[in-house]
Design a protein around this ligand. Structure first.
Ligand code: NAD
Ligand code: UGA
Length: 433
């Protein structure tokens, strides 16, 4: 199968290289020349564990190519995936579909023979209809079908998620296209990943409903964490206690500083907008969005309280800046709002992240970036763990205590047991414990 992937970002690059690894012939197209030049030179523009080696081996095997030439890449493809960004539209929170529609137009002019055009980007219900309309109006003669195939991978675990998905959702109303999609995913199907076929609109909504449900689940446990703090209960045990009920499940019940990232915030907002436009508001998700928004600054207030009620002219050391571990992605990271709120209250913020430093230099110009946890903790009034990278899980507290001005640990991911931290003479503040 000859596959062309439009957009070589987190989803396009991971999906493209995994398809190549299954044995398909894949060309990844991106319109950012530096990105394509870097990929051609063997440099991976994003941090995703395992991606480097997988790209190298598939390029070497001759199954994976990179180009800016969309026309040539689409002309030879049986299947063209659209994996471009769908960020929040500035001003109103709807999904910005301009990149998707621009790609559809370019694809229309480049297609030859029967081509299956697949939206892998997360797109609101009805986008497939519009992509079909655009292609049809640009190329009335073309033989094609538009399919929805949302992606459910998580950053930081993207390759494993893509290769061993819980399910593959395919929204198709064309039998010939459904056959092609079966062939594309056949290697996974043999690994017994279920293919779930439905109509295109249902498939588009499944993606938003899934992300919104997970965002709601996280927000639920975050509110339980706040209640635990008020009534003297332990949210980790509450999560365990309810998670053992198979109807609830134990995943996505880690209390923390609020969900962030390039997807949950924008996708929950886009679902709210779609629902409002269709006179069918989704109040639970509206509330989820609102509760999560205020949570991030509330985490800064937790730090202020831990510092005795004021952080003015105090030095706060922040561990972890990316929205989750094992990625360099800083889009909508909780650290951004927390640091801003601390600075608004007069704090001097130092920070360190294993992979987020390059993005942080641009996004956080007033933060002093250090080389290690110990570097930023020197002279600090509090150490705040915001992102649970593995290298922060076993900090040398014995070494940290004498170099800090005050031994205060605010652990927004509940990584440490309080009694262990107390043993080293630290004051400990977790979430919901
Ligand atoms: P991204 O910004 O990392 O990548 C998008 C890429 O598309 C960029 O490299 C951009 O240069 C390129 N591009 C844009 N227009 C183009 C065009 N006309 N021709 C060629 N290239 C073009 O975005 P992402 O995180 O990979 O997300 C892509 C889509 O997948 C979004 O809809 C997102 O919601 C969805 N998604 C993302 C994830 C994730 O974990 N990041 C997971 C599931 C779904
Ligand atoms: C999420 C979904 O998990 C993927 O299935 C989906 O494909 C993707 O969005 C998408 O549509 O882009 P991702 O954003 O990469 O993936 O990462 P998650 O692991 O879901 O974490 C999202 C946010 O929730 C992070 O800020 C994380 O710290 C937070 N989170 C997650 C919690 O606070 N508690 C949890 O229990 C789980």
């Amino acid at each position: 199968m000859r596959i062309t992937m439009i957009g070589a970002g987190y989803v396009g690059l991971v999906s493209g290289v995994c398809f190549a690894d299954f044995g398909h012939h894949v060309t990844c197209v991106d319109n950012v020349e530096e990105k394509v030049a870097a990929l051609k030179a063997g440099t991976i523009p994003i941090y995703e564990p395992g991606l480097d080696e997988l790209v190298k081996s598939n390029v070497k095997a001759g199954r994976l190519m990179f180009t800016t030439d969309l026309k040539a890449a689409v002309a030879e493809a049986d299947v063209v995936f659209i994996a471009v960004g769908t960020p929040s539209r500035r001003g109103d929170g709807h999904a910005d579909l301009s990149y998707v529609y621009a790609a559809a137009k370019d694809i229309a002019h480049a297609m030859t023979g029967f081509t299956v055009v697949v939206t892998k980007s997360t797109v609101p219900v009805g986008t497939g209809d519009e992509v079909e309309r655009i292609i049809r109006s640009e190329r009335p003669d073309a033989e094609f079908a538009v399919v929805s195939n949302p992606e459910f991978l998580r950053e930081g675990a993207a390759i494993a998620d893509f290769k061993r998905p819980d399910r593959i959702v395919i929204g198709s109303e064309d039998e010939r296209a459904s056959e092609v999609m079966r062939e594309v995913y056949r290697p996974l199907y043999l690994n017994s990943a279920p293919l779930f076929f439905c109509d295109r609109r249902t498939s588009e909504l499944i993606k938003y409903a899934g992300n919104a449900f997970l965002a709601m689940k996280i927000t639920f446990i975050n509110e339980m964490a706040d209640l635990c703090e008020k009534v003297g209960a332990d949210v980790q045990k509450v999560a365990k206690g309810i998670g053992m009920d198979k109807r609830i499940g134990d995943k996505f019940l880690h209390a923390g500083p609020g969900y962030g990232g390039s997807c949950f915030p924008k996708d929950t907002m886009a679902l709210v907008k779609t629902a409002q436009d269709n006179d069918s508001p989704v109040r639970l998700i509206e509330t989820t969005v609102a509760v999560n928004d205020i949570r991030k600054r509330a985490m800064a207030r937790k730090v202020i309280a831990a510092c005795g009620g004021s952080v003015r002219d105090k030095k706060i050391a922040v561990l972890g800046l990316t929205f989750k571990p094992n990625t360099d992605d800083m889009r909508d990271a909780p650290s951004l709002s927390i640091i801003q709120a601390l600075q608004d209250n007069g704090a001097l913020v130092n920070a360190y992240d294993p992979e987020g430093m390059e993005a942080a230099r641009e996004l956080l110009p007033n933060v002093t970036l250090g080389d290690s946890p110990y570097d930023i903790a020197a002279g600090a009034d509090a150490l705040v763990l915001v992102t649970e990278w593995d290298e922060f899980r076993a900090l040398d507290l014995r070494r940290l205590k004498p170099i800090m001005k005050a031994p205060v640990l605010v652990d927004l991911r509940n990584v440490y047991p309080a009694d262990e931290v107390h043993r080293y003479g630290f004051e400990y503040h977790g979430v919901g414990r």
